[in-house]
Design a protein. Structure first.
Length: 162
């Protein structure tokens, strides 16, 4: 996948990170620029992190995400895929257990299945929570997607990470 130029990366990240906000404060602009640089122009990283941070307005969480990004960049002897997966796992690591399990199950078994089929399977496994609500959270974080026909899919890098 081609890397985005700095201005394209900024616009792309800001779209995902601030889609519900009317105004972006200077502090969030500054930390956003640091996060964008740490993502190195990778669209998938920018999208997943932007979606993860979208509704979070606590500066400390943004700082923690930036610290985790920088740690991922400094994996000694790590491959590009390992560094990318470390970046993407920031969003995954902050899911609740049932959502992590759902993500892994989709990555391993349910790509191409209808979300309604997946929800029926999960309702039988854990009838204490709504599978559709959990799926929506995964979608909101750009960890999964579904087509107009309701089939589940995800980016191949996310699938490989799973």
């Amino acid at each position: 996948m081609a890397l985005l130029e700095e201005e394209q990366a900024r616009e792309f990240f800001m779209f995902h990170a601030f889609k519900h906000a009317n105004r972006v404060t200077n502090y969030f602009t500054n930390i956003s620029m640091e996060i964008i640089k740490a993502c190195g122009g990778l669209p998938l990283s920018l999208e997943v992190l932007g979606c993860y941070l979208c509704d979070i307005r606590e500066v400390e969480i943004w700082k923690d995400a930036l610290r985790e990004l920088k740690v991922g960049q400094n994996i000694p002897g790590g491959s590009d895929n390992e560094m990318l997966w470390k970046t993407l796992s920031i969003s995954y690591d902050h899911l609740i257990q049932i959502e992590q399990d759902m993500f892994l199950d989709i990555a391993c078994f349910f790509i191409g299945f209808k979300k309604s089929t997946f929800c029926r399977v999960y309702w039988n496994v854990d009838n204490s929570s709504s599978p559709m609500l959990r799926l929506q959270n995964l979608k909101d974080r750009s960890l999964i997607k579904w087509a107009e026909d309701g089939n589940l899919y995800m980016h191949e890098q996310l699938r490989d990470m799973g």
